[in-house]
Design a protein around this ligand. Structure first.
Ligand SMILES: Cc1ncc(COP(=O)(O)O)c(C=O)c1O
Length: 501
């Protein structure tokens, strides 16, 4: 430690000592822990009075730069560039930082998805299309054609609202579905999931009421929970949403939105009757509530086409229509769309821009190529036959193995059987035991906003190989028997348990 005193200076000596020691500490010249001379020794070295050193050390102590302990002398406590002794850093708990609306855990769904990738598991839980129905040749030919025709632009940024020729193709597709609409009333989204999310971002403030069906698509529940909507459910029966109960709800809760899956509902498979479609529109008009129609499965009918979409029946632009190529062509391309009134679409384009700028250009061009070639319609027709076969296989298997413990309404399209479990077993125990027996099922509570009063499971026939379906149901039947026997043994009161979604 080197201190020079300038006796001719106007700065008092004790101040000069403070400045010198302070600057040496802050520059790291005197490291943390460095032992300073005693007051007596420093006074002697500098030829000053001991009280001068005492005053200087007292001020440095009050600044926290030095500390004195009996038996340990006076040491440097902290400094600017001085290396600090290593301090334990606690791991960050990210869950403490996430927004409240994202806190409900999706662990159960995550576990199911992980299980769907495990070897030897019959996967009846997920709403995936069949892997073997992804038309690889068609996709390759279309990709080659796009690369030749469109070159680098296929790999470039595109318009936020979607590639213009593709929007024209989508308008034509809407026409075929009986709901003609102009291309500029369509926004291309990254799957139907994003269509739901963008609409929620656009229309729903925290605390706003949104009417949904019970049961409903679990991804929509996740979106609405993230938007912190107040969710009000209307039960679904074999004819779709119970519109007779809706009027009362609309009267009481003035919702911002009604979300409905009128055709091959996920998970119930229900198709809303024409009469109820008209009634729903009528109620929406009366109470001035927009409708979000999710028509992700409408093309996948078994024996006869379903009624026209709500959008086709809507005469007053109350219906926003969302759909997707995920189930009919490829979920990995991430292409869906939303069609509706121009002013809303324009604002949704702005929201879309803030989220991800645009849907993938290459994917849009590939789908456009396939639709324009006329091969999309043929591919969907083949898909209908294949899924109808799988649906029938599951129906036969359930008749053979599940009549005693479950009941269901056979679907007329889509991907799912929605089974009420008659045997008093907790569904969460059933799903856990089923996983152990290498069959995955979706507990019905995942598709409900509130605690269910009855036990349901959703069984999907789209993803397992046709020859696996019966094996999956056979395993499930064994699981039900086993869990029911366990329940009897322990004599537990049975209640439906809600997964954490
Ligand atoms: C009813 C419904 N809507 C939307 C989606 C999301 O589909 P996408 O892959 O197009 O985002 C699904 C997927 O399962 C669904 O079942």
């Amino acid at each position: 430690m080197l201190i020079r005193i300038d006796r001719g200076s106007e700065v008092p000596v004790y101040r000069q000592i403070i400045q010198s020691v302070r600057s040496q500490i802050l520059q790291g010249i005197l490291p943390v822990g460095f032992r300073l001379p005693t007051e007596r020794a420093l006074a002697r070295t500098l030829g000053v009075n001991r009280t001068t050193i005492m005053s200087a050390y007292a001020e440095l102590k009050s600044e926290g730069l030095i500390r004195a302990r009996v038996g340990d002398g006076t040491r440097v406590a902290a400094g600017g560039n001085a290396p600090e002794p290593p301090r334990a850093v606690l791991p960050l708990r990210w869950s403490d930082f996430t927004r409240l609306s994202f806190r409900p855990t999706d662990d159960e769904i995550k576990r199911l998805l992980a299980l769907s990738e495990a070897q030897g598991v019959v996967v009846l839980s997920v709403g995936f299309p069949a892997l073997d129905l992804i038309p690889l040749k068609l996709l390759k030919t279309a990709t080659d054609a796009v690369m030749t025709k469109r070159g680098a632009s296929a790999f470039f940024y595109g318009p936020a609202e979607g590639v213009s020729t593709f929007r024209e193709s989508l308008a034509e597709l809407m026409n075929v579905r009986g709901a003609p609409i102009a291309p500029d009333q369509i926004l291309v989204t990254s799957g139907a999931q994003q269509a739901l999310d963008l609409v929620a971002r656009m229309l729903v403030d925290p605390g706003d009421t949104v009417v949904i069906e019970e049961p409903t698509y679990l991804g929509a529940l996740q979106v609405l929970r993230a938007a912190r909507a107040r969710i009000v459910s209307v039960p679904v029966d074999s004819e779709g949403m119970r519109t007779d109960l809706l009027e009362n709800i609309l009267e009481r809760s003035s919702p911002k939105l009604i979300y409905t899956l009128p055709t091959f509902q996920n998970p119930s498979g229900a198709v809303m009757s024409n009469e109820r479609r008209m009634k729903l529109l009528d109620l929406a008009y009366r109470f001035r509530v927009p409708i979000l129609e999710d028509d992700t499965y409408g093309d996948l009918w078994f024996d006869e086409p379903p009624p026209q979409p709500l959008r086709a029946l809507d005469r007053h632009e109350y219906v926003l229509y969302a759909s997707s190529f995920s189930k009919t062509l490829s979920p990995g391309l991430r292409v869906g769309w939303i069609a509706g009134p121009r002013p809303l679409i324009r604002r949704l384009v702005q929201v879309k821009q803030t989220v991800d700028l645009q849907a993938p250009t290459l994917s849009q061009m590939i789908v456009d190529e396939i639709v324009r070639s006329g091969k999309y319609a043929k591919h969907v027709a083949d898909g209908r036959v294949a899924y109808a076969e799988r649906g029938r296989a599951m129906g036969e298997s359930l008749k053979k193995r599940a009549r005693g413990w479950a009941e269901w309404i056979p679907p007329r399209g889509g991907f799912y059987y929605w089974c009420r479990i008659k045997t008093p077993v907790p569904v969460s125990a059933l799903a856990a035991e089923a996983a152990a027996m290498r069959v995955s099922i979706l507990p019905g509570a995942a598709c409900m906003a509130d605690e269910p009063t009855e036990s349901y499971v959703r069984l999907s026939f789209s993803y397992p190989k046709p020859e696996e379906i019966d094996e999956g149901i056979a395993r499930l039947a064994r699981v039900v028997r086993r869990v029911a026997a366990q329940q009897e043994q322990v004599g537990l009161a049975v209640e439906a348990t809600r997964p954490a979604v």
